[in-house]
Ligand binder design. Structure first.
Ligand code: GLP
Length: 233
């Protein structure tokens, strides 16, 4: 694991944006795994600004989001579909057909999970995946207790995770379930970049740094991967 510490959130975001843009410059057809949450917002804003200058940035890029809430339509203001349109997709020249997000409103969620997993595989797997970090150590929506060999599946969200995401739902209830890529799905990505910023992530980062692996702390599965960069501010 490669650790990089930055003086502030802005510098971390700039660096993360450069990693993402460099991946596109190296391979215009790169397959990206993309996170939501507050942490990647600065990265997305910088990528959008850079792509206003570099015409055709995203023309052949393929993206897979890590997760999506269950039981809300994709145009719900709190959905990750809405988040991605607002912060990235509507500002760059990506083909909508190349932006994959699990469908949390699918009639059969088990079918949707295996379809998502198969789509990733058929496209040749994830190339570069960005992750945020839950303060309880979750990655995507893989909560503590999730087996390291898990694939895309439905999860019940913990109370702390629902509380942490309440701001995105204003006065509406946060969904109780989500579809998430599994830990094994994420670990199949050729490169992984984990972003963590702020006091609320300090304990989780320190626990990750110990290298002790436990299903109680999902991010510790990243020690099984040979190409992980952890960016901290
Ligand atoms: C949500 C997302 C995760 C994200 C986490 C951290 O639970 N599903 O993918 O990493 O929030 O969010 P934040 O960056 O807002 O702290």
């Amino acid at each position: 694991m490669n650790w990089e510490t930055f003086p502030d959130y802005e510098t971390l975001s700039q660096h993360a944006a450069e990693i993402l843009l460099d991946a596109i410059r190296a391979d215009a057809k790169v397959v990206l795994g993309l996170p939501t949450g507050n942490t990647p917002l600065g990265m997305y804003a910088r990528v959008v600004a850079a792509c206003a200058r570099e015409y055709h940035c995203f023309r052949d890029v393929v993206t897979f989001n890590l997760d999506e809430y269950v039981g809300i339509p994709r145009d719900h203001p709190g959905s990750y579909f809405t988040f991605m349109q607002r912060h990235l997709f509507s500002h760059v020249d990506i083909e909508p057909a190349n932006t994959y997000i699990p469908n949390g409103a699918a009639p059969d969620l088990a079918v949707e999970c295996s379809r998502y997993e198969k789509t990733i595989r058929n496209i040749g797997g994830l190339g570069l995946t960005f992750l945020g970090l839950g303060s309880n150590g979750h990655i995507a929506f893989n909560e503590p207790g999730t087996p390291f060999d898990s694939r895309t599946h439905v999860v019940a969200l913990s109370e702390s995770t629902r509380k942490a995401n309440a701001a995105f739902f204003l006065d509406q209830p946060v969904p109780t379930h989500a579809i998430t890529m599994g830990i094994a799905t994420i670990l199949d990505s050729r490169e992984i970049v984990l972003l963590a910023s702020g006091e609320k992530k300090r304990d989780a980062i320190e626990r990750l740094r110990t290298g002790v692996q436990s299903v109680d702390f999902p991010a510790s599965a990243l020690w099984n991967h040979s190409n992980v960069r952890v960016l901290i501010a």
